[in-house]
Design a protein around this ligand. Structure first.
Ligand code: AHR
Length: 663
């Protein structure tokens, strides 16, 4: 459907001009209803699909601390004499590499790092290389640092190079900035041990925490994030930021759960953790998917603040992943053992909000943020269900409430969106007086068609709803095609109509590397240098950017029945912009004539429309073609000279619109 067609099919008219078969969407503008929470639409980050290391976290070196197990050189190719030692300067990451050169003949000693699916570098951009190094024998040595293009016919493969002179017997950090002379999406980092004159003389050097970051990261932070990916998040204007998972919070075992305390403090000494998702690839050899925790809780809080979202951390409730362990809740913590989990919660609140003279508040200040992060929400348990959870969440949540009544607690109704476990989950959360309940639904189109009115009938007196993980998965077509996104848009009008009870909603998963995914669809795709925001991203962004301040009641003359396609709408008032915002999704296979009538308005003075054309079922945005599906904004030109309070539309099949109307 072309924009011109749309504009021709749109005109402002008086309500009296409507025909009987039209869909009439009546918006009661004189009755602004419940506030739309600032947290209403947001993002949920989990390290799945190489979302952290290899994704948002801008570190380009894989296994930088030589801690991957069982192969400490995984991601590295060693040549010459390289040995792994384990008495390094960082007690929680004790391994390092010893490079030795005998000085005989043309032997070279060194290491090549493959990066995460290669290392993406751009011509004329700067990259900060750093390493902890020492020369144990006290003989000055040189480390030659090169960016190389491995699959080239060029003799030496390197295109950018710098030397780092290591002079001390003691561990010291050395840094050099490389300016790349080429754009290469799958480069590698090569290190040569050289003598003082740059030759392969005899000598020895120890290297640890070998790191390479783009200088130009999000907000210029040194331990920073990929700018393009963080920018895509900021552009959405998310109101809530849930992290760090997901099943990652739970772990395959409790030892492997996301332990936030390991993710703060100096990055060099954040201990590596196995990624709970490492064994779920269909096609990858593992173990090669770990969490460096370089992107840790401090960085999550900071990002939240920088993109204007409320942080929503989720912590473990003393249970490993029920889903992964077929509901055996793999060796859950005993009731006595829960104190550790209670401490994790209360210490986290101190880390985020506590004064700088407390233990954890001081750490936050030492890391660079003396001001509190003003955390207001805490998720306790990810996607748990059944009595083992109800018993544990009661103990943990009660203790947190006692210490911090100001924090809003979010419980979960488990992985099902209906049925026995879901219902008893909700009942338990009501008994627990949870502030919000986190619901998850990855469901096919037919489910979305059945659930248009899901929240219309929810109990208004219980906890509020957090639609914490959801996506439309069309059976057999699990990728980010336009065909599923229109159902997400239509369903979200139901979230918005019920914003008195739905206070948060986040699509999932968020990120995916094109060379390293295990779950799809996902909201944002990328390779080492490019990013593609999916059609689902644009649906989320349009809701988040146009969430308004208050719900406006909407009457829909042809509200679709369960299981049917139709025209679905919601409306909000934006008191700051003095605009009525109407969102309309046509999920039908044919064009629909629709009249939007603004009850309580005499004359519409001007209107604009954002169009998201989702009519080509199989279309998707890819890193090669990232702009195929994108919203387009235009002015509604054909305002009737007599004025009027209605907009007559011909809405093409499978399309989503956001009308912004000045009264
Ligand atoms: O989003 C992927 C996974 O789906 C999450 O980790 C989990 O909570 C859910 O099962």
């Amino acid at each position: 459907m072309k924009l011109r067609q749309l504009l021709l099919g749109t005109m402002l008219m008086t309500a009296a001009g409507l025909s009987a078969q039209d869909n009439v969407i009546t918006v009661q503008t004189a009755k602004p209803g419940a506030p739309v929470q600032p947290t209403m639409y947001g993002i949920f980050f989990e390290d799945i699909n190489f979302a952290a290391d290899g994704g948002l976290y801008a570190e380009l070196v894989k296994n930088r601390s030589f801690e991957f197990t069982p192969d400490h050189l995984l991601g590295w190719q060693a040549f010459g004499k390289v040995e792994i030692k384990n008495d390094g300067p960082f007690d929680k990451n004790p391994h390092y590499a010893r490079l030795r050169s005998t000085g005989h003949g043309d032997w070279w000693t060194g290491l090549v790092n493959e990066g995460f699916f290669g290392i993406g570098v751009e011509r004329d951009k700067e990259y900060r290389f750093s390493v902890y190094a020492r020369v144990p024998e006290g003989k000055t040595q040189m480390l030659r640092v090169q960016l190389i293009e491995p699959y080239t016919n060029e003799e030496h493969q390197e295109f950018t190079s710098a030397d780092v002179k290591v002079t001390s017997r003691d561990w010291q950090k050395y840094t050099v900035v490389l300016k790349s002379s080429k754009t290469v999406d799958k480069a590698q980092l090569r290190l040569f041990l050289c003598d003082e004159n740059g030759r392969s003389g005899s000598g020895m050097m120890d290297v640890e925490h070998v790191s390479l970051f783009p200088v130009d990261t999000w907000m210029g932070h040194e331990n920073g994030m990929r700018k393009d990916l963080a920018q895509a998040l900021a552009d959405m204007k998310p109101g809530i930021f849930r992290f760090p998972g997901g099943c990652i919070v739970e772990g395959v075992t409790l030892e492997n759960r996301y332990n936030w305390k390991n993710s703060v403090g100096p990055v060099e000494n954040r201990p590596l953790n196995k990624n709970r998702w490492e064994c779920t690839f269909n096609y990858r050899y593992y173990p090669d998917y770990f969490q460096s925790y370089g992107l840790g809780f401090y960085e999550f809080f900071l990002l939240s603040e920088e993109i204007g979202s409320e942080p929503l951390p989720v912590l473990n409730v003393g249970m490993a992943c029920q889903f992964q362990n077929n509901d055996r809740a793999h060796a859950p913590a005993t009731v006595e053992g829960l104190q550790e989990y209670i401490d994790d919660c209360n210490d986290l609140i101190e880390f985020a909000n506590g004064s700088t003279d407390t233990k954890w508040g001081k750490l936050r200040a030492d890391m660079g943020h003396p001001k509190p992060f003003n955390m207001k929400f805490l998720g306790i348990g990810n996607e748990q269900w059944g009595e083992p959870y109800f018993k544990r969440v009661k103990i943990v949540a009660d203790a947190v409430r006692k210490a911090h009544p100001e924090i809003k607690i979010i419980g979960t109704s488990g992985p099902d969106a209906e049925g026995h476990n879901f219902e008893i989950g909700w009942e338990a959360m009501k008994r627990q007086k949870a502030d919000l309940v986190d619901e998850h639904f990855y469901r096919p189109i037919s489910w979305f068609q059945n659930e248009w009115q899901r929240y219309d009938k929810y109990d208004r007196k219980g906890p509020k709803v957090f639609a914490g993980e959801y996506a439309c998965h069309d059976r057999g077509k699990k990728y980010n095609h336009a065909g599923a996104s229109i159902y997400e848009a239509a369903f979200m009008t139901g979230l918005e109509r019920n914003a008195d009870i739905v206070h948060m909603a986040t699509y999932a998963p968020l990120f995916s590397h094109v060379d390293g995914w295990q779950w799809r669809p996902d909201m944002i795709w990328y390779d080492n240098l490019r990013v593609a925001c999916s059609a689902s991203y644009w649906v989320q962004a349009l809701f988040a950017q146009n969430k308004g301040t208050n719900v406006l009641p909407v009457k829909n003359s042809n509200f679709p029945q369960k299981g049917e396609d139709g025209v679905l709408a919601s409306a909000v008032w934006d008191k700051d912009k003095q605009e009525v915002i109407v969102k309309v999704a046509n999920t039908c296979n044919e064009q629909k004539s629709v009249n939007i009538v603004l009850e309580g308005v005499k004359k519409i003075s001007s209107a604009s429309v954002i169009t998201l054309d989702l009519s080509q079922y199989d279309q998707e945005n890819t890193v090669d073609n990232p702009h195929l599906i994108e919203p387009k904004e235009s002015k509604v030109e054909s305002i009737s000279p007599q004025g009027g309070n209605a907009i007559a539309l011909n809405l093409p099949a499978k399309s989503f619109y956001v009308y912004k109307i000045k009264k």
